[in-house]
Design a protein around this ligand. Structure first.
Ligand code: PLP
Length: 463
């Protein structure tokens, strides 16, 4: 490297610790084997810094993880304090204070009727636990004939085999198709792509929700375990909220046929959409809800599956044992971190701040890109927003998949110092390329301008 082009502080860092580029061999198995990534050196507030000292605005928190930004000392202190007392004790021998307190606090803020918390290490684990608990519930109440899960197209529920089978992301499922348990997928509630010109938004939501009833009847009225959905779809379609009335109708159908409603709030939960649980805005209470990402805010790997008192009672009064479990469930250090995060979100007013900043971000995005010929839709709730890119705005025609517009946008944003989460369009044209924005709730007004101007640079370069 040329020392004249590198700042002295960065040079020192450079000399102490070689970057991946300087090494001939790496033993990391990366996500993309052909990627050549910079090494992250530190994080502070809304920024990440690589080893050269370059700052990146963390506009997506990975994928909606870093709700508190980076370097939050309340959370790091809570972790250190917990480490000094006890790092790990197996849950078949002990419970722990941080796990108990975290569960209490989650239930205090959860939708009414949700009563128990099962702590795991991430989103896929939370969804696996949800699916297995739903099945075991029916075994316990003597309805073992219930065996089907119904989910939606264009959804993502995790990468482990059960969660992957539930998701409707065709690209992620394809290589593993022979290994996936059979799940049926009804239409997503995706107004921009699905609403017919002649119907109202309300009618559209009801029409799509009613697909669930048709599918339950097709499979057999007493054979369905659960319906699974993300209240605001994350990675697969890009911050797509259900239209008003959709989830309420879904709840009615589930109740009518004794089917459990599992909501996956792994990405959209923990305040991301402006309420702690996204489903609060739809006025619907699920039987089981999965959360992760924002729960640990990136400080610790943690997720949770929350369920109703009725489901818990069925296990308690039946076998008394949820036939599941991983070594690290209820991990004390992860729980202590999540408790500190949750305290900041709820008592610290950050959920309300997310709603307020989300409205401002939406206004700014609409103002800057609302008329852009290649941006068909700007959508989302709270600080969970997406822009969908199209070849033709009037016909909503997506760009050809091989143009990989989302990848170029990600690259140009990164160059400009903005991290966003890209996603490609679906092959059958059900959605276009989009980028997801999920910045930290602590962001200031000036950061909105920064997001917009960096996006502008990237979009101009790509389109
Ligand atoms: N569910 C949803 C809605 C998600 O967005 C994700 C991850 O992106 C998962 C589940 C899986 O979570 P994890 O990657 O923590 O296993």
């Amino acid at each position: 490297f040329d020392p004249n082009t590198i700042q002295p502080a960065a040079l020192m860092y450079h000399c102490r610790q070689p970057t991946i580029q300087d090494r001939n061999v790496s033993h990391i198995f990366p996500r993309h084997t052909k990627s050549n990534l910079p090494v992250v050196a530190r994080g502070e507030g809304v920024y990440l810094y690589d080893q050269s000292g370059k700052a990146y605005f963390d506009g997506s928190g990975g994928a909606a993880v870093s709700c508190l930004g980076h370097g939050d000392t309340d959370v790091t202190e809570a972790i250190k304090t917990q480490l000094d007392s006890i790092a790990f004790a197996h849950t078949s021998f002990f419970t722990s204070d941080p796990a108990e307190q975290l569960a209490d606090k989650l239930i205090t803020h959860a939708p009414k009727g949700i009563d128990r918390v099962y702590l795991v290490s991430g989103g896929s684990e939370a969804m696996e636990a949800a699916l297995k608990l739903a099945r075991q519930y029916f075994v316990e109440i003597d309805q073992p004939q219930r065996r089907h899960i119904i989910a939606r197209k264009q959804s993502y529920h995790g990468n482990t085999l059960g969660a992957l089978a539930t998701g409707g992301n065709e690209w992620r499922r394809a290589p593993f198709a022979p290994m996936l348990v059979e799940t049926t997928h009804i239409s997503p509630c995706f107004e921009y792509r699905g609403k017919r010109a002649e119907e109202t938004t309300l009618d559209y939501g009801l029409r799509i929700a009613n697909e669930l009833e048709t599918e339950i009847q097709r499979l057999g009225e007493d054979s369905v375990i659960a319906f699974v959905a993300e209240p605001v779809v994350g990675a697969t379609a890009g911050a797509v909220p259900a239209v008003q009335g959709y989830l309420k109708r879904i709840r009615e159908i589930c109740d009518q046929y004794g089917v459990l409603l599992i909501l996956d709030e792994v990405m959209c939960g923990m305040g991301r959409t402006g309420t702690l649980f996204a489903s609060e805005q739809d006025d619907v209470v699920p039987d089981i809800v999965a959360i992760a990402k924002g729960l640990g805010a990136g400080y610790q790997p943690i997720g949770a599956m929350l369920c109703s008192a009725a489901i818990y009672k069925a296990i308690e009064n039946g076998s008394g044992f949820f036939q599941h479990g991983h070594t690290y469930i209820g991990h004390p250090v992860a729980s202590a971190a999540a408790l500190a995060v949750l305290t900041k979100l709820t008592d610290g007013g950050l959920v309300e701040r997310c709603a307020m900043m989300g409205d401002k971000l939406n206004d700014a995005l609409q103002h800057a890109f609302g008329q852009h010929p290649n941006i068909g839709d700007i959508r989302g709730r709270g600080l969970f927003r997406a822009l969908e890119f199209v070849e033709d705005r009037s016909t909503k025609t997506p760009f050809a998949p091989d143009r990989a517009v989302h990848k170029s946008l990600k690259k140009e944003c990164f160059e400009a110092g903005l991290i966003c989460y890209p996603m490609g369009g679906t092959i059958d044209g059900r959605s276009g390329d989009h980028i997801l924005l999920a910045p930290p709730f602590i962001m200031e007004d000036a950061h909105i301008d920064e997001i917009v101007s960096k996006l502008q640079i990237a979009i101009n370069r790509v389109l």
